[in-house]
Design a binder for this molecule. Structure first.
Ligand code: SF4
Length: 327
């Protein structure tokens, strides 16, 4: 068996822009994800980081085939999900679940916790009513909630408890792989660590593999084995978390890291912040050459002409992928 649970190859997700109500002429595309490749090993957590609108959530959804990718391949346990349909795809989807960003919006307020957590069991026709209820109670216990809460409604819970309900729902069908789409961004800072700890404990107990999406590097630091940095639909850097924090290569990663506060007050006082000038260009009309060239302080002539190659600058032991003409 391969080490990789997931292999993403040259994944593209374009959303067409049309003009005209009747003829719907195709006049362009929003290139939300534009040819990215990476692997995730069994039991690993890959952090995927970038500013809002860079394509990271679209990547998660395209992997799970919630969007049908415009191009590229997504191999899960060696099988290409982009070629599957119907029952075969439904069967694979059972192994892949998602935890959503906003625990307030992602839980149906009219359903009880029992119905919310038990819904995937019903969809996949697992067990009878009594077995499903027992499974829901067991799941609530696993995520640290009182199993007698099954008849309560989402509004009766705090943000952290609601996210635990979201985690229980994702675990209901025993998945191997979970896309956690900014699962802690909407939570109080004091609660964020509890959810990260819960996800880590579940990973250790159940052997889960995660794609953990976040908009800043401080959120993925502790949970990720490797981290991929994304900018305007492209991956710009990918390596193990220690190397990324100690030796970031790409100017965009360096800027993101310079914004992460350092817990030591003496070092924090000397932290040099790299402020990025300008806005992120539109994904409908990305710049020619390197897509970071409009904001990069180190841009050279070649950067405005040629898209940099995705190169491994690492060692025999550790990969360190980067897309930048400086290397
Ligand atoms: Fe900056 Fe050029 Fe590297 Fe792009 S390729 S990040 S513009 S130096």
């Amino acid at each position: 068996m391969s080490d990789n649970l997931l292999e993403v190859k040259n994944l593209k997700m374009y959303f067409p822009i049309t003009k005209g109500i009747i003829l719907q002429r195709h006049v362009g595309d929003v290139k939300a994800v534009d040819g990215i490749s990476f692997n995730i090993k069994h039991g690993e957590t890959l952090g995927l980081v970038g500013e809002s609108g860079c394509g990271k959530s679209t990547t998660g959804r395209a992997i799970l085939q919630l969007y049908h990718p415009t191009g590229g391949n997504v191999l899960f346990n060696g099988e290409d999900l982009t070629l599957m349909k119907g029952e075969a795809l439904r069967h694979q989807r059972r192994q892949m679940q998602m935890i959503f960003q906003d625990p307030y919006a992602s839980l149906n307020p009219r359903l009880t916790v029992g119905n919310i957590v038990g819904e995937p069991l019903e969809v996949h026709k697992i067990g009878n009513a009594k077995e499903r209820r027992e499974r829901v109670q067991e799941l609530l216990k696993v995520v640290g909630l009182n199993p007698y809460f099954v008849n309560r409604y989402p509004h009766e819970f705090s943000g952290g408890q609601r996210q635990r309900i979201g985690v229980a729902r994702a675990l209901a069908v025993n998945p191997e792989f979970i896309v956690a789409d900014e699962p802690i961004s909407a939570l109080d800072v004091s609660i964020q660590a509890q959810i990260v700890n819960l996800l880590e404990e579940l990973q250790a107990q159940l052997g889960l593999t995660y794609l953990f999406i976040a908009h800043d590097l401080s959120m993925v630091r502790h949970i990720s084995d490797r981290i991929a940095v994304m900018y305007l639909g492209h991956l710009v850097e990918l390596t193990d978390h220690e190397t990324l924090y100690s030796n970031p290569l790409h100017p965009y990663t360096q800027a993101l890291l310079s914004a992460v506060p350092i817990p030591d007050p003496y070092i924090e006082d000397t932290r040099q912040r790299i402020v990025l000038e300008g806005d992120v260009p539109s994904p409908t009309n990305p710049p020619k050459g390197c897509n970071f060239c409009t904001r990069c302080a180190r841009a050279m002539d070649i950067c405005f002409e040629t898209d940099p190659e995705w190169k491994d600058m690492g060692t025999a032991e550790e990969e360190h992928w980067v897309a930048c003409h400086l290397y």
